[in-house]
Design a protein around this ligand. Structure first.
Ligand SMILES: [Zn+2]
Length: 290
């Protein structure tokens, strides 16, 4: 098996006849993690506690003579260890870069400006003895691509990818909307080029989905707000002024709570939660507008 990263795509080739296309250079890292997450969902938000439980269970099973079912992905042997390990690497906040958000310099959550030192740490910790070979062998320039021969594990696959990104000054970022990783040239890119995971918006890429969802939220919020302040007129029933004021305040307070969460990060979860709140609001229902 050979890992091949050219300037466009990443693939694992078995022999001349077959192989796996893993995706674009910028998307592959996140694609591989997504595949592992599908296979080992318990390792997604790995903490040292979950990880140690996993190791203990694995060890006990081993003693009982029950070994884990072996899975192959992209022709490579696969277990949850790889996901735990790459998450440990990515979740280490010492590795996160400083960014400026609203004029304030702060540590960017899940924004990693990879250095060759990070790659060396990954290589040594995972006992990788295979070397990356640049396409441009004469100039030892990795911008045109690289390959690793005889790869046999996800550690080596990640090594090749991380090496390429670090050498070419690319950064790793977790999409602020869908939570999947991608490589980018600039931290200004907050969203990946995959499709949104929010129901009804899956035909749009994350950035466009966020924009449309914001519009939708703004519109629904306005409709509800109007239905609160105009409820006397709408229902033709007398409502005390204080009751309307209180409802208005409660509604605005709740919306502002969501808004500050969204300002922090417009994740699919928070947007969905906010929309569910708006959609189920009695004012919205009464008004019949959706
Ligand atoms: Zn995304």
């Amino acid at each position: 098996m050979q890992l091949v990263i050219d300037s466009q795509n990443v693939s694992i080739t078995k022999d001349k006849s077959g192989g796996y296309l893993l995706g674009t250079v910028k998307g592959t890292f996140g694609n591989v993690i997504s595949v592992l997450e599908q296979e080992f969902p318990f390792a997604i938000n790995s903490t040292p506690h979950i990880f140690s439980n996993y190791i203990v269970t694995k060890f006990n099973n081993c003693l009982k003579g029950r070994s884990e079912k072996e899975i192959n992905i992209f022709g490579l042997k696969c277990s949850a260890d790889y996901l735990f390990d790459i998450n440990l690497f990515l979740n280490d906040s010492d590795r996160w870069s400083y960014i400026t958000k609203k004029g304030v310099k702060q540590k960017g959550k899940y924004k990693i400006n990879l250095t060759m030192r990070d790659i060396e740490v990954w290589r040594v910790h995972h006992n990788i003895t295979k070397s990356v070979i640049p396409f441009d062998w004469n100039n030892v320039d990795y911008s045109k691509g690289l390959r690793i021969d005889d790869i046999s594990s996800f550690y080596e696959l990640f090594y090749g990818l991380l090496y390429y990104y670090a050498f070419n000054g690319m950064k790793l970022v977790k999409c602020e909307h869908c939570g999947r990783w991608f490589a980018t040239d600039n931290f200004k890119n907050k969203y990946c080029h995959r499709n949104s995971t929010v129901e009804g918006y899956t035909h749009l890429v994350c950035e466009q989905a966020v924009r449309n969802l914001y519009q939708q939220i703004k519109r629904k919020r306005k409709v509800i707000y109007n239905s609160i302040i105009n409820q006397e007129y709408n229902t033709k029933k007398y409502v005390e002024y204080e009751v309307i004021e209180r409802e208005k305040e409660t509604f605005i307070k709740k919306c502002n709570e969501y808004k500050s969460k969204l300002d922090e990060m417009a994740t699919a979860e928070i947007i969905t939660e906010y929309l569910t709140f708006l959609n189920s609001y009695r004012g919205e229902m009464k008004n019949g507008s959706n």
